[in-house]
Design a protein around this ligand. Structure first.
Ligand SMILES: [Zn+2]
Length: 369
């Protein structure tokens, strides 16, 4: 699904949470707050609430994305995850002010949605007695306002953390230091949630609500560290092109050699998991360990590399002028260890994930980051 050129991806965890929200609403919330409906009605109300809630989360993320696009930051996709979404941007904002506005737009959208549902709620109530519509609108008003406030907590990776980072970035003129501070705050808040969840479980003996806090805390802790690393990586590798880090002397294989020779003389010897394949001096494809595994061992002497290679038309390639960060994100998302670099149809080098990570390590060690 695409909205305004942004791809919307739904994580499998989304379905679990969708069901959980629907279940909680249908079995617990609505029967308690609004009596006299049938079980079927509660479930329909639960499903509608869950659907509109996720639509609200999507609108929150779209708000971030559209403001980012306005400042010339490319947004590839939005991934809908457990506790909302994640807009995947290709680059970092250039100034603290842009970051501030991009981060603020999400909670602002949630707040506006909350007000919208509150208006619907009041309107229906004003017209007479409570109905399923007012019940759903009332809960959505509440949920969106909670979403807005929760996101304003000043710790990475929440929007509030980004806003605080923008302010500190502006004040200190040092994005690295600002990033570090808000990551630590995010980490601290995540720990607080986990401890709070454990305490709640011990005091109330209610497993579900305690688990929710622990769950959110663990998720935040992981993201706080992950987004800090991502920010540092993007900063360190900014402006580095693929041509600067690629290996030019590429070990390649001829497409006519048998598979057992490929295993003995190439895979064992060089310990790479994939190799470019050549027919004379033409680059025709890539052969990988995965391809070898598709052929039974007894047949390794009879089958050739060309039988198991991925033809060049289907091989994801890089160009020498590509950004190192973009190359890395391509390799990570495709789970590829080494990627060929091609210029005008000719193989000019190969880049591995390890090379990029090593460069990152070296540059951070030298304090160039
Ligand atoms: Zn947000």
């Amino acid at each position: 699904m695409r909205i305004g050129g942004i791809e919307i991806m739904i994580d499998y965890s989304w379905f679990i949470i969708f069901f959980l929200v629907m279940y909680t609403m249908a079995e617990l919330y609505f029967p308690q707050s609004h009596q006299h409906y049938s079980v079927a009605q509660y479930w329909i109300m639960g499903a509608v609430s869950a659907l509109l809630f996720f639509l609200s989360v999507l609108i929150h993320e779209l708000a971030h994305s559209f403001v980012a696009l306005k400042y010339g930051i490319k947004v590839h996709s939005i991934r809908l995850l457990i506790f909302g979404g994640l807009a995947q941007v290709a680059s970092e904002p250039k100034t603290g002010r842009h970051e501030f506005l991009i981060a603020l737009s999400g909670p602002a959208a949630s707040m506006a949605l909350g007000m919208f549902f509150l208006t619907v709620y009041s309107f229906v109530l004003f017209g007479g007695s409570p109905t399923p519509v007012s019940a759903i609108a009332g809960w959505l008003a509440f949920a969106n306002v909670v979403l807005a406030f929760f996101n304003m907590i000043p710790g990475f990776p929440l929007d509030g953390g980004r806003i605080l980072r923008a302010i500190l970035w502006d004040r200190w003129d040092d994005v690295t230091r600002a990033t570090k501070v808000v990551s630590q705050l995010g980490n601290g808040f995540a720990l607080f949630l986990i401890i709070f969840g454990i305490l709640q479980f011990l005091v109330t003996q209610s497993l579900i609500s305690g688990l929710w806090f622990i769950f959110i805390g663990l998720f935040m802790k992981q993201s706080a560290v992950g987004s800090y690393q991502a920010v540092m990586m993007q900063r360190t590798l900014a402006g580095v092109q693929v041509r600067q880090i690629m290996t030019e002397n590429v070990v390649s294989v001829d497409w006519l050699i048998p598979i057992d020779e490929l295993v003995q003389n190439y895979i064992y010897k060089h310990q790479f998991t994939n190799f470019p394949v050549f027919n004379r001096d033409e680059f025709v494809g890539m052969v990988s360990l995965e391809g070898v595994k598709t052929i039974a061992k007894e047949l390794w002497g009879f089958k050739q590399v060309r039988d198991i290679m991925t033809p060049v038309e289907l091989v994801p390639c890089l160009s020498p002028a590509d950004d190192a960060t973009e190359a890395l994100s391509k390799m990570v998302s495709g789970d590829i260890g080494r990627m060929p670099v091609v210029e005008n149809g000719r193989l000019v080098g190969i880049v591995s994930r390890r090379d990029i990570l090593n460069l990152f390590k070296i540059k951070s060690d030298l304090g160039v980051a």
